[in-house]
Design a protein around this ligand. Structure first.
Ligand code: PLP
Length: 417
């Protein structure tokens, strides 16, 4: 898989009009995908809270809100971003960890659903601004799902997130005593997962806790949140995850486990980021130089500061050279940026068509955890973002940073002074 969301013509035209590198997103693709997810779960009271950190841009948040998605925020800045564009109240779930007081204050002010990461945060939140009527806890099961889960977020016992099972039960009793009236339960144990059966396993794990809370504490959860983690087929040989299969698996468990326990109407939430926008964004870059030493290097004008995933995780992103789709792949090359760091490589030993200086390369599946992970190391400026809207026009949704932006926090004499 890993097809481009646009025709080459759209990308080449945009690269002729706007300075590279830049991000280009497909509004139609994002909207239709959100509709597919919501439709797959139309048998239950379902809510997707888009993980803002994936693509924190108001144009994209608004489009997703119009399709019925809420927002999953993890910081003060993400909360304020939602506030400014009119997403508030229980359209927001605030899932954070090691949370500063200011962030909790804002979340309470906005009436967001607060998802606590730790039992000690009950007192912390209570002291800052009192406990809201609705509280959610994040569960860390402490053991991996199933037997051979390869791509869980890491071993749950090594993950810093969430309550233990005992803490959950003690915590719910505690907040009920303190007057909390409505309860939710959250977990997030998968990341970039393409095996649909693991999502049913996550549901089974959290439904079990929901049933036990009912039995042991007579506590009825209003919702469970299965977290994000739906994967994207970054590699050509991978297939997209089948939303209907995931939904069917969860539905079966809902019938088997929740309905008999009287929890059949419990809301089921997710907070996906990657799968919502990842395949619908490309990073468009231009070949600046080629270099032949011990290897063949193709130097482009984007760098790891624009897209950190390959350098940070060794993540694969498919590359397409515009105008050369049918040419046979040439000898492998490393596609590199200009940071003074040798992990600034978008691809290593990748067979590509023979490229020339000035060629445009589209880096696939960069629509999530792409621009948002950007940084300014080596004095690199963050690029612009463009959205191809549903009517086919291209709109700038974030301007590129300038040198003045870069120097804005310094006390720096202007030239000539
Ligand atoms: C990052 C994150 C998500 C979104 O993850 P994706 O892999 O983008 O779907 C959801 N919830 C929490 C708590 C996260 O940290």
């Amino acid at each position: 898989m890993s097809s481009l969301p646009f025709s080459e013509e759209v990308i080449v035209d945009a690269a002729a009009e706007f300075p590279t590198p830049f991000y280009l997103y497909d509004e139609t693709g994002i909207r239709e995908n959100a509709q597919r997810l919501i439709k797959a779960f139309d048998w239950c009271d379902f809510k997707e809270f888009f993980a803002v950190k994936a693509t924190p841009n108001p144009a994209i948040l608004k489009a997703l809100a119009e399709e019925g998605c809420g927002a999953d925020c993890s910081s003060l800045a993400e909360l304020v971003l939602c506030e400014r564009i009119g997403i508030r109240g229980e359209e927001i779930i605030f899932t954070s960890n090691d949370t500063p007081a200011k962030d909790f204050e804002k979340a309470v002010e906005l009436g967001a659903i607060i998802n606590l990461d730790d039992i000690s945060h009950i007192d912390y939140l209570d002291q800052i601004c009192g406990l809201p009527e609705l509280l959610c806890f994040r569960y860390n099961p402490g053991k991996p799902l199933g037997s051979d889960t390869a791509f869980i977020i890491g071993e749950p016992q090594e993950a810093k997130y969430g309550f233990t099972r005992d803490q959950l039960f003690a915590g719910f009793e505690d907040i009920r005593r303190r007057g909390v009236k409505r309860f939710g339960l959250h977990t997030m144990v998968l990341s970039n997962e393409l095996n649909s059966s693991y999502f049913a396993e996550t549901a089974k794990m959290i439904f079990e806790v929901a049933v036990d809370l009912k039995k042991e504490l007579d506590l009825t959860l209003e919702f469970v949140n299965l977290g994000g983690g739906l994967g994207v087929p970054y590699r050509p040989e991978q297939e997209p995850i089948d939303l209907q299969t995931i939904s069917d698996g969860i539905r079966q468990l809902q019938q088997q486990m929740l309905v008999p326990a009287g929890l059949g109407s419990m809301r089921i939430c997710m907070e996906n980021g990657r799968v919502m926008t990842g395949p619908y964004g490309v990073l468009v870059t231009r070949v600046l130089h080629q270099k032949q030493t011990y290897k063949h290097y193709v130097g482009v004008d984007a760098c790891m500061a624009n897209l950190m995933r390959p350098g940070m995780y060794g993540a694969y992103h498919h590359l397409s050279v515009m105008g050369k789709p049918t040419q046979p792949d040439d000898a492998p090359c490393d596609v590199v940026g200009s940071l003074c760091e040798n992990n600034d490589k978008f691809a290593i030993d990748r067979p590509l068509p023979a490229v020339e200086t000035g060629d445009i390369i589209a880096i696939h599946d960069a629509g999530a955890h792409g621009h948002s992970m950007g940084f300014q190391y080596n004095g690199k400026l963050r690029s612009a973002e463009y959205l191809r809207t549903t009517d086919g026009t291209i709109k700038q949704i974030r301007r590129a940073e300038t040198l003045d932006d870069y120097f804005a926090t310094l006390d720096l004499p202007t030239q000539g002074q």
